[in-house]
Design a protein around this ligand. Sequence first.
Ligand code: NZQ
Ligand code: ZN
Length: 382
Amino acid sequence: MQDFQYSYPVRVYFGKQSLAQALNVESAKMGETVMLVYGGGSIKRNGIYDEVVELLQKNGKKIVEFDGVMSNPTYAKVQEGAKLVKDEKVDFILAVGGGSVSDASKIISAQAKLNEGIWEMEMEKHQFPTEGIPMGVVVTASGTGSEMNNGAVITHEDKKIKAGVLGTLPSFAVLNPEFTMTVPESQVFSGAFDTLSHAMETYFGNSDQDNVSDDVALAIMKNTVKNMHRLVKDVNDQEARSNLMWDSAMAENGILKCGRKTDFQAHQIEHQLGAYTDCNHGQGLAVIHPVYYKHIVQDAPEKFERFAEEVFGVESVQEGLDALEDFIQECHLPTKLSQLRSVTPITPELLRKVADSSNLIQTGPRPLTHDEIYDILMECLD
Ligand code: NZQ
Ligand code: ZN
């Protein structure tokens, strides 16, 4: 194993009573003014907003609202949020939503303590924030595991780059599977596929030594697939939603990454696809993964064989790849780029730009070139 350090400071409140348990305890540490960050309004329609506001008010908080955080949150939106934090002298940020709201909040928190743009600071100077406005996350749509780490994925619209930015680590996370029951079915599956992708991308990182993290990653993959199958039969299966919520958190709390390298090449390609199309993250991954794996399968045959056996219960590498493709179809996830929601037509010219701007990972089974990424994307086209 590689050397590593691990500590885990996010307090997780899991279960049906978790929102009240968390806010009643954590309120004492929040200060007076809490900024409630949320998305396009789903929390108002499903009642989560009312519950949160009531608990915050009961605990004597002044609430400042910052809403309208979009899927694939933009750098401009984050700047708007950070300005509000400064103007209103916010003491604590409470993110209530899916990965987009959580990600935006992590960067708003860090940006609010800086006198320069966090994007330039991180991407150009390679300096990273050392402080942020304290924050917590109430998860309403699971899959990204964003609540468990300090990474965020932000779209810089002017630069046409969607990239990982490091922000503030939440001090607590509320995981109530019941909150996910109103998530649209397509998002339930795309979120869960994102979790599967995180475990796969970690497992397929180039690590030649036998590693306990591989065993844990395979267990998460197997459980994610099993529970997604359960949701295909009954999308309202609460037990399956509960398992998937914890799978999502487990995949991104750092445990799987201990002592090993990771791949995340499919993510790098999907993020740039997202930068140009604003497509749904999990759906983009569902299209890219099988094609990417066909390209690299010869570079990690033993790992692919173990993946086939343990995750899908089949014997050969090829059967494993076929099983992954079949599984994506069973879950009614897209298999071609033409099936993705996109703000602009997905043409070969656009895919050239996506390919040329994608990060090249050096720690996967084999480093790709921009040309090979273009070939992969063209194979995904139709
Ligand atoms: O905006 P609202 O109205 O809340 O609606 C959202 C949104 O339309 C809706 N939703 C959320 N909870 C709901 C609900 N609808 C009904 N009932 C509920 N309880 O779901 C839609 C999607 O939400 P979003 O947060 O965009 O989805 P997701 O959780 O998949 O997050 C995607 C973002 O996370 C990034 C992605 O790139 C993308 O930008 N990622 C973040 C990661 C991280 N920080 O660790 C890792 C991932 O790899 C990923 O890149
Ligand atoms: Zn992801």
